[in-house]
Design a protein around this ligand. Structure first.
Ligand code: CYT
Length: 275
């Protein structure tokens, strides 16, 4: 079966499980999985049950598709994602994004836990991604192009929707905080970066560093989806502060900022859906 056919099979499976046809999809990053509890009238499907779906091996990425309503808007929330550093091929890492599109999703919110390079960020800062730098050494669209998904060469000049970012900034302001924006640089991982790498990335124009998101955004744009990217700064990147980086801490910060993150998305998603 071709990639397209496998994605169709997975999307058809989701359609058989629910009558809901969300136009908004949300991918939850490390420590942000709790957000799925905001969804009501839930149909939750473990990734293991969805045909052809990759399973995550990382602790804290529980792995299920939560379909339901978020403040009156139909959504498909991915609680957990797989990463390239787990050894998955690009096609597997981005398979769920392909399936979301075939399921009917046109607007995608991608979230992640990231290291802060910009010293104006602090631990727990939520940042709106305005652009990215892909230093993972690969691209999710490598290989024969599937024209039913999109063109061979696709534009990435507005990978992250300016209008969605503006909405997120407006809503943050209404909640009395400022949503800073930043450029997300992706590495393969799984090791965290060295201080020398972080200095190099800062010179390159990066404000955040992480190990996900860019591949999903590349295929989302390939398929013409509109993207909002949000990073949670779970730690300052290596060398920015004089302290080591610990995965447990990354997860813990996610839980602490969960409420702020939830209240933002709960108002942003209805506005996105109304566009
Ligand atoms: N932190 C993180 N680098 C970091 O420092 N969550 C990903 C990558």
């Amino acid at each position: 079966m071709s990639l397209y056919e496998r994605a169709v099979e997975a999307a058809e499976f989701l359609k058989s499980k629910t009558a809901v046809r969300p136009r908004v999809g949300i991918i939850l990053g490390s420590g942000l999985g709790e957000f799925a509890e905001q969804v009501t009238d839930v149909v939750a499907i473990p990734y293991a049950e969805i045909p052809n779906f990759p399973q995550s091996t990382v602790q804290g990425h529980s792995g299920r598709m939560v379909i339901g309503s978020l403040c009156g808007v139909d959504v498909a929330v991915m609680q957990g994602r797989v990463h390239a550093y787990e050894g998955y091929r690009m096609e597997e890492v981005t398979f769920p994004t392909r399936v979301l599109k075939l399921f009917g999703v046109e607007q995608l919110v991608v979230t992640n836990a990231a290291g802060g390079i910009d010293p104006r960020y602090g631990q727990g800062t939520i940042v709106g991604i305005c652009d990215h730098i892909n230093l993972t050494g690969t691209n999710a669209c490598v290989g024969p192009n599937e024209a039913r998904f999109g063109p061979r060469f696709h534009d990435m000049s507005e990978a992250y929707s300016e209008r969605l970012l503006e909405i997120a900034q407006e809503e943050a302001q209404k909640q009395a905080w400022m949503l800073k924006t930043g450029v997300y640089l992706a590495v393969l991982g799984p090791s965290y970066e060295t201080p020398a790498e972080i200095r190099a990335f800062r010179t390159l124009g990066a404000d955040l560093v992480g190990m996900s998101t860019v591949h999903e955004v590349i295929v989302a744009r390939h398929m013409g989806m509109e993207v909002l990217g949000l990073s949670l700064v779970t730690n300052m990147a290596a060398g920015v502060l004089d302290q080591v980086i610990d995965h447990e801490e990354v997860m813990e910060i996610g839980r602490k900022v969960a409420a702020q993150f939830s209240s933002l998305l709960s108002v942003v998603v209805p506005r996105m859906a109304a566009l």
